[in-house]
Design a protein around this ligand. Structure first.
Ligand code: ADP
Ligand code: MG
Length: 209
């Protein structure tokens, strides 16, 4: 798999997906947290597209990391910033083919787990990232990776949270997916849309419902 993927297009597609999914993500965070996740993701990614509009970037994901690490609130902002930072580093080192994305996601998840200490099954974004990392490391294509992330996010609906705010609301959030896992799954959905545009993947609305 030597095809390269337009990084800036992935980020712009993700920003559009976050706008489309805003209300659904807000509703999920109202059930399991404080309701700000949809705003955090949409505004963070709008900040990224504005920064990219200012001029061509050598490393778009490093630009995106700067926005999320410095400007985006909530627990998710800095964690997604770490993911982008590691993806930016890996794509610079390995190029934007499969090895670059696989390395970036692997290192990004490791960074998120170092800081947040969540394990798979804790009902966090780790539940979308870990299956995506495993898929990429196993050589899966981008659409199959996105399906793995979306399935991981959906499965959080059956998990009672042990980390983050959702751990305080307990069973109230059962039946609804974790907002952060759903929002991060949309990143893989966006990557797949750009990298494998001809593969059927369903809409953003399908992805968050
Ligand atoms: P806050 O809970 O501070 O309002 P956000 O609403 O921005 O933060 O993000 C909530 C999401 O953050 C959760 O749905 C979950 O996926 C993720 N999250 C919370 N704690 C952790 C953690 N320790 N590790 C990884 N992700 C986490
Ligand atoms: Mg929140």
């Amino acid at each position: 798999m030597t095809t390269t993927v337009d990084q800036e297009k992935v980020l712009r597609t993700y920003a559009e997906a976050a706008r489309t999914a805003h209300d659904a993500l807000t509703a999920l965070d109202q059930l399991s947290g404080d309701g700000d996740f949809g705003d955090n993701l949409r505004e963070g990614l709008d900040g990224v597209t504005s920064a990219l509009d200012d001029g061509p970037a050598d490393a778009p994901f490093t630009v995106a990391a700067g926005v999320f690490l410095d400007e985006v609130g909530g627990t998710s902002g800095p964690l997604i910033g770490l993911l982008f930072q590691e993806i930016g580093r890996a794509l610079t080192e390995h190029g934007d083919g499969h090895e670059g994305w696989a390395t970036g996601v692997r290192e990004g998840l490791a960074a998120i787990q170092r800081v947040g200490e969540a394990e798979p099954g804790d009902r966090t974004m780790v539940d979308a990232l870990a299956p995506a990392r495993d898929a990429l490391d196993g050589g899966a294509g981008y659409a199959d990776t996105a399906r793995a992330a979306l399935d991981g996010a959906r499965a959080t609906a059956d998990i009672k949270a042990r980390r983050g705010r959702a751990s305080y609301v307990g069973e109230r959030a059962l039946g609804a997916a974790d907002p952060g896992a759903t929002g991060v799954a949309l990143f893989f959905w966006s990557l797949a849309r750009v990298a494998e545009p001809d593969t059927e993947l369903g809409s953003v609305t399908d992805a968050v419902s």
